[in-house]
Ligand binder design. Structure first.
Ligand SMILES: [Zn+2]
Length: 88
């Protein structure tokens, strides 16, 4: 019985860490998010307007879901990703 607990707990923690890393953190999505410019970099280059359609209205969406701290700011009209932000 004790042997099963000793073997089961590390395995459970390993699967929990793997689940977090692959599903909730998602390294592929993280790389995509990090390629977006910061708000300061984007405003320096494009003046705060969408580079595709020149609209100033934006949408704030999470990278993988509504509550994701990794935020993407999209153009409200053409949905072009403009810059990234981190929610605190
Ligand atoms: Zn646009």
């Amino acid at each position: 019985m004790m042997l099963e607990i000793f073997l089961g707990l590390p395995l459970l923690l390993l699967f929990a860490a793997l689940f977090y890393w692959l599903v909730l953190y998602s390294p592929g999505a993280q790389r995509h998010w990090e390629r977006l410019p910061t708000q300061h970099e984007y405003h320096t280059q494009h003046g705060g307007l969408c580079k595709q359609c020149s609209t100033a209205t934006t949408l704030d969406v999470g990278l993988l879901g509504m509550t994701d701290f990794r935020r993407r700011i999209l153009c409200a009209q053409c949905r072009t990703p403009l810059w990234r932000e981190s929610a605190q």
